[in-house]
Design a protein around this ligand. Sequence first.
Ligand code: BGC
Length: 761
Amino acid sequence: MKKLITAFIALLFLFAACQPAGQQKAATSGNDIEKRVEDLLSKMSLDEKIGQMNQYTSRWEMTGPAPANADSMFIYNMIKEGKLGSMLNVTGVAATRKVQKLAVDSSRLGIPLILGYDVIHGYKTIFPISLAEAASWDPEVAKLSAKVAADESAAAGLHWTFAPMVDVSRDARWGRVMEGAGEDPYLGSKMAYARVKGFQGDDLSAENTIAACVKHFAAYGFAEAGRDYNTVDVSEELLQNVIFPPFKASVEAGAATFMNSFNTLNGIPATGNVYLQRDILKGAWNFDGFVVSDWGSIGEMINHGFAADRKDAALKAITAGSDMDMEANAYIEDLKGLVESGQVKESLIDDAVRRILRIKFRLGLFDDPWKYCNEEREKTVLLSAENLAAAREVAKKSIVLLKNENNLLPLAKTGQKIAVIGELAASKDVPLGNWRAQAIPNSAVSLLEGIKAVAGEQNVIFAKGPDYVISARNFATKLKYNETDLTGLDAAVKAARSASVVVIALGEDCFQSGEGRSQSDISLKGLQQRLLEEVYKANKNVVVVLMNGRPLEINWMAENVPAILETWHLGSQAGNAIADVLFGDYNPSGKLPVSFPRSVGQMPLYYNHLFTGRPSGSEDVTLWSRYTDVSNSPLYPFGYGLSYTTFEYSNLHLSDTVLTANGEITVKVNLKNSGNRFGEEVAQLYIRDITGSIARPVKELKGFQKIGLNAGDNTEVTFKITTKDLEFFTKANGWKAEPGKFKLWVGTSSAEGLEADFVLK
Ligand code: BGC
């Protein structure tokens, strides 16, 4: 028996020795992982190391300019030769298994690929676009959405999502506003943290979690004039106080990877930016994961005039701390030469590879590269009833009620004819939004379907109105709108006339916002405004359901129609979620994560701006900081959103009016549901630092709580303030709270609230 056991143990050793490098025995602890990384690194040739830093897209799905070498065989050979460490846009168990098998079985060291994909707001079950989820002001909602997205992606063979996008943006012209959490660093940080946690869970190696990739580092959302990929020139104070916080929160949440960005930042492309990647991310924040470039962004440094040629670009990118090259071919072609000529030290390569391997180990890929390749799971997890229910839950919480005159909403479920109008109302595709991963085209519940399901087919008259988008609609095509053909207008007016209430869907096609979709005009496109005005002439009981990926200019609508519901692009369950709100089964609780402008000319528009030396004055005098043709204020402010009930704030009380260095002030306020139905309110705390060593914003969000109250009930809402909440960055002093006077507000939006004063000693 003893002999048998000895033989068995010997066999085990032999088996372990025959395993591809790095695949020996599962390890969980951080130390073990570090040991395994070093062990593997020591066995790798320079070519193999550089191979790990190379990433290609599949040749059958692309989310950027097509690569020169469009041949799948080319990719397969690169994998076998150990010249590819990662791929993007390979999805589904069958396809991912195929490429992974090549890496594990046919490359010399059998290092598994890390497979990434843009899972921005759902994989197959589509959740609201990220901007919409931020309107929930509920990080748990964003976390749930990310968790389901991770579960589905992992079940489809993926290890890694290029999300969350945490770029703060103050410019609705920028099409990528839809991918982020809006204009505020505090709300953005809460959402970023929740999303990273949702994707990664507590255990990156679990079969239902994937690595997050926080993007785009950094300042991409501040592109001049809102034009995608454009120049960014901002102060270090703005970077630290406004742009960095959601990135930093993501590192604190344990984000495995980062993506850099296309833009220049103060003259230096983010991809070649030492300050961003080495000093801040890997230095000050101690980030130990890896940084992937954006699509071709290493090569684009030549266009920026920052690199002379591809080799120079590779040199600048690796020096700055870009660890993996997405689709620029710069590392795989040029890094070796740079090492051989002594321009790049091999230790720099080692650092990058170490980081990449570390994440592969943490994902458990070496222990079981097939963990994510389970057809059974793929069949049961994707689009499960549970996931669709979660999508509906998240969607209804993302809706914002902008206007509701005379309580037109909620609608009665019976006893009235409802005219449903507009191309978007019947669309089963638009609600899926841009960056829709593996959504089945035309698979969303349309608004029309959602309304019919509640009110009954017989009580609904649908009229499409004039066509809206008349070109092909997809990720790559520039849209064309119908500006001339009025066919369908009369029928829409007739439908409106014959109904007691009109629900009209207006806004944007899903491919109207997103990457490369900047607009200089953000009013309603095509014949939508004309349709709205004609319909309104026929029937004043109009509810506008907005579907859009960015704030729009909607002055006429806001002035005239009695009810407006902001529904963004809500995903697979859009129609059901909107119907939940329209008919009062869910009382809307969302608040705007972005300011809605009166005019595109106000861009950039944001609530936490600085004062000017001439901040106000009567509307009639000229020499003040304002426009002569439009008010400074937004049409709808940040933090704004109505409910079917009403809330009253009273008795704002501070435990002390003096805050000491290590002390704390408790802020209490009474919140009452003064209406006649259950509702949820987001109580918001804003603070102004009256005087500082640099000018301070008029107010800044420092806390929020979502509270549900039954009709007539009230509760005491409590916030705590410590010195930490008052800290801000200056070049001279770093992060510091400066003694002096402060003002605070607690209320229902950034534009109103009860006010109190305190002093920091
Ligand atoms: C986008 C990234 C995206 C990448 C891969 C780029 O064009 O800027 O956000 O993750 O493509 O699809």
